[in-house]
Design a protein around this ligand. Structure first.
Ligand code: ATP
Ligand code: MG
Length: 453
């Protein structure tokens, strides 16, 4: 396959050669035309001078040898020819010109002829005597001086054209090598990434390159950066997840050992071990469930959109939670019914996550406010619980993040709830904000844009 550089060079050279050929042809013919025309003017002037001569008016003088001598010129031949084709007067020294055949013409006639490869300019003019043509004046001029100049011109044009082509070859080669060097550099970096499996950005070393290449490099580096962060996130997730799995498994295995050794005899040990094992098993169950949920939520095109009454749904949920946890959950809404276009199961899941936190981290009643503005539906979940220190709020949505490890462990939390919640909100193009004061309470504000479908 042809490289960009070779293609570019070839194109430039051929294009240049084409232009040069056209240009040279134009110059050559233009010069011929201009110079021939000026020579012709010289001849015309001479003919006029000869014809103006007083002695020409007497017909008997046409064969006077002195008539033409003053007009003698090395490269010319002048002669007078009678209608019968007889040369009656002639000057000139050039053998070739003198040997030209006579060709009698009644009318004015001029042009360029070529004899044996040499260009010859001629002019024929009738000589009148009382309105009657009595003879013809013929003047012929060799263009050999002009032609030697033309040869020099052709040589000069050839040399300069060749020089231009050579310069163009070196120029485009140099230019394209500068142009393609960063591309080659990029290809090399990509190959290295492919070989070593280690992500690396392209460094152009601050050299000034064209805007397009800079864009390309920047886009590539951004992509690498993104991949890098994704890999990093994934690695951290695996590390965190295995760490989370390790703790309950350690607890289970150590209690199982205890049961093996003393469980047969000591009833107290047996009860404690069974309780711990069953607690940790539940914790493992929750953990794997949350992790599955998160993995599922990470996938795009995951929404099953439908229209439903959000107030009705939250109302039912509050009643159910009240019976299960014996906690007061008040739902305030304006207006009473509100339609929402979203994935119903995911919104329910989101509300469960938020209510679960509110129940876990507070002891008093919980308030849910649902309101609707022109463009959005807003849901606030408020509790009067332990709250969250301000510096912890930015980290809440990180996976496995718990405000106080020990405290959270006693409540059995995994630390995935809010990261799942955030993902669900993002999938719905909504926003989630946390307002909290330690020992006063927490409010989570959800906002979803209204969509009409
Ligand atoms: P789970 O995955 O089981 O929900 P979790 O509740 O610990 O575990 P998140 O729901 O993600 O995890 O919450 C992260 C942390 O934020 C919690 O550990 C808790 O410390 C804090 N938090 C969340 N909601 C509240 C709240 N309403 N009041 C006080 N602290 C809260
Ligand atoms: Mg939670």
């Amino acid at each position: 396959m042809m490289t960009l550089r070779r293609r570019f060079t070839l194109f430039t050279i051929f294009w240049l050669i084409f232009i040069l050929i056209l240009f040279n042809i134009f110059v050559y013919f233009f010069v011929i035309k201009i110079t021939t025309r000026s020579e012709q003017t010289v001849l015309t002037n001479k003919v006029n001078l000869i014809l103006d001569n007083k002695r020409m008016e007497t017909p008997g003088n046409l064969d006077d040898p002195d008539l033409l001598t003053e007009f003698y010129n090395v490269n010319e031949m002048i002669r007078i020819i009678t209608p019968s084709g007889q040369i009656i007067n002639q000057i000139g020294s050039d053998e070739e010109l003198l040997a030209l055949p006579t060709d009698y013409r009644l009318t004015h006639n001029k042009g360029v002829n070529s004899y044996a490869g040499k260009r010859v300019l001629y002019l024929k003019e009738p000589i009148y005597d009382e309105m009657k043509v009595v003879a013809m004046l013929e003047i012929v001029r060799k263009l050999n001086v002009l032609d030697s100049y033309l040869q020099i011109l052709v040589g000069a044009l050839a040399v300069t054209s060749m020089g231009a082509v050579l310069f163009a070859i070196f120029g485009t080669f140099w230019f394209t090598s500068r142009l393609t060097a960063p591309i080659q550099h990029m290809v090399q970096t990509m190959r290295e990434i492919d070989r070593s499996g280690k992500l690396r950005q392209i460094d152009l070393g601050g050299r000034e390159e064209s805007a397009e290449l800079q864009q390309l490099v920047r886009a590539f580096n951004q992509m690498i950066d993104r991949l890098d962060r994704t890999f990093e996130k994934q690695k951290r997730f695996v590390a965190d997840a295995s760490h989370e799995l390790k703790t309950p498994l350690t607890v289970i295995s150590s209690y199982a050992n205890m049961l093996k050794r003393w469980g047969r005899d000591d009833e107290k040990v047996r009860d404690e071990a069974v309780l711990a094992i069953s607690n940790e098993a539940v914790r493992l169950q929750n953990l794997t469930k949350s992790m599955l949920m998160l993995a599922e939520a990470e996938q795009e095109d995951w929404l099953k959109l439908e229209r439903f009454d959000i107030v009705k749904m939250i109302d039912e949920m509050a009643r159910m939670m009240h019976t299960t946890f014996h906690r007061t959950i008040r739902v305030h809404s304006e207006p009473v019914g509100m339609m929402m276009y979203a994935d119903k199961d995911k919104i329910r899941q989101l509300m469960v996550i938020l209510l679960d936190n509110a129940i876990k981290y507070s002891k008093e009643s919980i308030d849910i406010h649902i309101s609707s503005t022109k463009n959005a539906i807003r849901i606030d979940v408020e509790d009067k619980g332990i709250g969250i220190p301000e510096q912890e709020i930015p980290h809440l949505f990180e996976r496995f993040y718990r405000v106080d490890g020990a405290r959270a462990r006693s409540t059995g939390g995994v630390g995935l709830g809010l990261s799942i919640a955030k993902r669900i909100v993002e999938l719905h193009d909504g926003s989630i904000d946390v307002f909290s004061k330690p020992n006063q309470g927490t409010a989570i504000a959800l906002q979803f844009p209204k969509k009409n479908h």
